[in-house]
Design a protein. Structure first.
Length: 278
């Protein structure tokens, strides 16, 4: 990071990290959260995120609490829920808000909750809402060029005086989810190794997905070459895609649906896998 790290007269007591809204982006933020906790070990750290991400960060050692953004509701209810959230956070006298999203909305929220220092990249016309607007990294001739998200977040961490967080991604599982997944695997006779987990879906549909027959071909090759057990785990709404992959395979593969795994259970499934294909 070329800019001088932000200075604090005293360590901030209460911190809020406004988290991304996508599962993959939250996972990419875990190195930042880890080094942020090391930088401010005595501070009270709150993660502000969507409720559906709760299972994803469950068990993490980076935060003291999670606060959830209001779910989509009719307009009057949504406004009331937003006011309640702002009131809750303002009452905590937040010293520092770190913004991982690039949106104007996240900066406006950090301003509304009364955070004394508001740190984020100078993007989306939000400069005046930030007390410490940071220059956008990897600009060439005035335009931002995409870079690995882990590095993008690392620059943000270093601006706050953190050491470079590295690229080791980290999630935690619970005993409850581990036990539930182990029981499910035994019930489907899937406790043989090596175990390959396929998570084929992606937000915004087919434009980001590999074709089912390609997944099926790779899965068959793994069965034939290594004797692999194939487990296909779709998210809600991705069941037809998972069934198409199983239907394209010459060898048996099991689709875990009805119901699909929760994010907490999916973490446990992946933790016990020898290989993940996504």
């Amino acid at each position: 990071m070329s800019t001088r790290p932000i200075q604090f007269d005293t360590p901030p007591g209460k911190l809020v990290v406004i988290m991304p809204t996508w599962v993959g982006d939250v996972v990419m933020a875990t190195p930042l959260l880890r080094t942020f906790r090391r930088r401010f070990p005595e501070s009270h750290i709150t993660l502000l995120l969507q409720r559906y991400l709760a299972d994803l960060v469950d068990g993490g050692t980076w935060m003291d609490q999670c606060v959830y953004l209001p779910a989509k509701k009719p307009r009057d209810q949504a406004r009331r829920a937003q006011r309640d959230l702002v009131r809750q956070l303002r009452s905590q006298s937040i010293d520092l808000a770190m913004l991982l999203p690039n949106s104007f909305r996240s900066a406006f929220l950090a301003w509304r909750i009364g955070a004394r220092r508001r740190v984020g990249y100078n993007r989306d016309g939000r400069r005046l809402l930030l007390t410490d607007p940071l220059p956008v990294p990897n600009r060439v001739r005035g335009r931002y060029h995409p870079m690995p998200l882990v590095e993008y977040y690392a620059n943000l961490a270093q601006a706050l005086g953190c050491e470079h967080p590295g690229d080791h991604l980290e999630l935690f599982t619970s005993e409850r989810c581990d036990a539930a997944v182990n029981a499910l695997l035994k019930r489907h006779n899937l406790d043989h190794r090596p175990r390959v987990v396929i998570c084929p879906g992606a937000k915004f549909g087919a434009s980001k997905c590999w074709p089912p027959d390609r997944f099926g071909a790779v899965a068959d090759r793994l069965v034939e070459r290594y004797g692999a057990t194939i487990v296909i785990s779709p998210g809600p709404g991705e069941e037809p895609l998972a069934r198409a992959i199983a239907g394209a395979m010459r060898h048996p593969g099991v689709v875990l649906e009805n119901p699909c795994l929760t994010l907490g259970e999916l973490k446990s499934l992946i933790r016990g896998a020898d290989l993940l294909l996504g």
